[in-house]
Design a binder for this molecule. Sequence first.
Ligand SMILES: Nc1nc2c(c(=O)[nH]1)N[C@H]1C(S)=C(S)[C@@H](COP(=O)(O)O)O[C@H]1N2
Ligand SMILES: [Mo]
Length: 261
Amino acid sequence: MNAPSRRLLDRRRFLLGGAAAVGSLSLAGCDALSTAPWFKRALGSVDNLTLDAQRSVIGDRLATEFTEAEISPRFRANGNTQPQSQEWIDLALAQFETYRLVVDGLVETPLSLSLADLRALPGRTQITRHDCVEGWSCIGKWTGALLGPIIDQAGLKPEARFLVFHCYDAFPNDLMGSGQYYESIDLADAHHPQTILAYEMNGQTLPIPNGAPLRLRVERHLGYKHAKFIKRIEAVASFAPFGRGEGGYWEDRGYEWYGGI
Ligand SMILES: Nc1nc2c(c(=O)[nH]1)N[C@H]1C(S)=C(S)[C@@H](COP(=O)(O)O)O[C@H]1N2
Ligand SMILES: [Mo]
């Protein structure tokens, strides 16, 4: 065996015994597990290992999908449940017919997509469990456009490494900046087969509290990564210039950037 593949195997053994075990526990976990204090601590401390574990051991693994019967009777709404900006209010009053998702930044061809455009693109429906770091989970059915092909259509410039999701909502009276919600993911997660821009939840038009008109589903990640009320997706070389530089609203306030589960 050559040296690189031996190193890979050693790393695989290490991960299977360590971080990956935490990862799979959290995968199989129930509501009670995710409220245990050690679970949150473990999530925090192995964050970077979890990233490596997902990439080198599990590769492009899919998040668990559930049956219709397992859908939570009520999908909780969390964080901001309605943007206060006039821009978003005007869109909502027009039933989002004037909404355009902007995809720009380090791309060859910036895009401006209506909801009808998004519905016409390759899409996916998936029933998944949403795990919030605050300790609750809900199973919901999401339908949306696959993010990967949209990014490919825009054509990334070689310097692009992350996508930043700019949202319409802000937390008012925020002491640490504008309070504007934003998130970021890397290109591997952008192209993951379950990463979608969802315009439907449980077979209905996406409800306002859950992120209308469009929200990210990035199923191997904690709840705060799933940006709601998306206004614009910007391809960037680094997320350091945004907010306080940590890659997201909650990351700027101490949460881990990767937030893998
Ligand atoms: N724009 C925006 N996206 C957001 C939030 C938010 O406040 N604003 N909250 C995050 C958190 S912490 C969670 S758990 C989920 C909640 O999604 P839900 O309201 O559909 O339950 O959205 C995430 N995405
Ligand atoms: Mo959350």
